[in-house]
Structure formats: structure tokens, C-alpha cells
Design a protein. Structure first.
Ligand SMILES: [Zn+2]
Length: 231
């Protein structure tokens, strides 16, 4: 029997409110630039690598929430929220400069929330296994998740309040501490999900996340990923 979801206790998924009526869009005059990666062996490995430019977005609602997600699931936090996370001593994140404005042109201060905490590589028991590792361009491909109950292995977790599990870098896992802080300060724009949503069929077919350095600062990606050859 296949489960529809999986209880993440003691963790949560830090996710957008659904349905999200205020998804930020990349400002049309400032499309972000990424490193273009081509492969001398396999044409299908062509992809976008590291994002070179900071996010510059338009937020389509009158009073933007504290946490704003973009199409493509990048995560922005308003300055007040970033300060709260820092002042409360939460760990496992850093920030990257970003710009945001409302549709009528009002700018408001935000930063991109970058996850640097680490939950390790998804255990094989989760069904996620490395299928392909290109010697020419570093393209990585993994099979899809089958057993969400096996996704988190506490032995691989670095104790950060925010953390990711590879190869699912856009899923932001958080501790109960984050949930407490968000409740205490009434942080808006997020839901803290106890259940890991079972992905739709096309996602079950697998993951091609690129490399760890696309999602976090280079020095951190090297520290975590060099020995695993995923940085
Ligand atoms: Zn390749």
C-alpha cells in the first residue's frame, strides 16, 4: 500500500501557503542569468547551473507576506523576518541579497533565504538512488521517492534548524524550534507541514537537481559535497 503522505515528526516542511495567491515573478526587465552548462558527451545534459544574478521580483499582492515564494520555489524573507530568525538563534540558513517590489512599484526590503543546513543524502531505503553521474559535465540523476518514511535519517542530520536532504534541495526541512519562532512572531506566508507530500507521478520518475553549489554558497557546498562528489 502506498501512503499519501508521511509524518515528518519531529520535523516540518517549511512551505508556501496553498493555494498561494501571491507568488512572486521574476521582474521582466531583470531576468536572472545562470551559468549555461553543456556536455560534450550527452546533449540532454545541457542545463542552467549557478544563478549569477540576485533575485529581482515583482510580488503580486498589496500587502506581501513575511515570506514570499517565487515561481520555481525560491524563497524570500522580509528583513523583519530575517532579523527574527537571526535574533532567535536559528541555524542552517544564510541570506543572499534580493530585490522585491509590488505591482505598483513600491519596493520593500527582502533577502533570499538560502538553506545551508544538512540532512545528508536520502537513504537508499527511501527509493532514491543515484542512477547516473556524468563524467564529463557532472550531471546527476536519481530515481524517485518510494518510501517517504525513510527520507530523513537522524544520523545524517547536522542539527541545523533549517536543512535540506539531497537530492531534494528545494524542500526546506525545519525543526520544531522554527515552528515555535514562526508562531511566536506570527510569521505569514508559510505553512509548516507535518506531512511529506507524495509527489505527483512525473516527479516520482526521478530527480535531476544539478549540483549542490547551485543552492548554497560555494564554500559550504564544497565542505558538504566534495567527499560525496556532488558539490
Ligand atoms: Zn554530461
Amino acid at each position: 500500500m502506498r501512503l499519501d503522505s508521511f509524518d515528518l515528526d519531529p520535523f516540518f516542511l517549511f512551505d508556501e501557503v496553498k493555494p498561494n495567491t501571491c507568488i512572486a515573478d521574476i521582474a521582466p526587465e531583470a531576468p536572472f542569468e545562470s551559468v549555461k552548462i553543456t556536455c560534450r558527451l550527452v546533449r540532454g545534459h545541457m542545463r542552467c547551473g549557478n544563478r549569477l544574478s540576485d533575485l529581482d521580483v515583482i510580488v503580486p499582492c498589496d500587502s506581501p507576506p513575511d515570506v514570499v515564494f517565487t515561481w520555481g520555489s525560491w524563497c524570500l524573507v522580509q528583513e523583519r523576518t530575517l532579523r527574527i530568525f537571526q535574533d532567535e538563534g536559528l541555524t542552517g540558513f544564510s541570506s543572499r541579497p534580493a530585490r522585491a517590489r509590488s505591482q505598483d512599484g513600491r519596493a520593500f526590503p527582502v533577502s533570499e533565504l538560502v538553506i545551508t543546513g544538512w540532512g545528508g543524502i536520502a537513504p537508499e531505503a527511501s527509493g532514491i538512488r543515484e542512477l547516473e553521474r556524468c563524467p564529463a559535465c557532472g550531471h546527476l540523476r536519481y530515481s524517485g521517492i518510494e518510501e517517504p518514511r525513510e527520507l530523513l535519517d537522524l544520523n545524517n542530520w547536522d542539527r541545523s534548524d533549517f536543512f535540506m536532504v539531497w537530492p531534494l534541495p528545494m524542500y526546506r526541512f525545519v525543526t520544531g524550534r522554527v515552528a515555535e519562532v514562526c508562531a511566536k512572531h506570527k510569521i505569514t506566508g508559510i505553512t509548516l507541514e507535518r506531512n511529506f507530500p507524495l509527489p505527483s507521478e512525473h516527479v516520482i520518475s526521478g530527480y535531476s537537481p544539478g549540483r549542490l553549489s547551485y543552492y548554497m554558497p560555494a564554500d559550504r557546498a564544497h565542505a558538504l559535497g566534495d567527499s560525496l562528489r556532488i558539490s
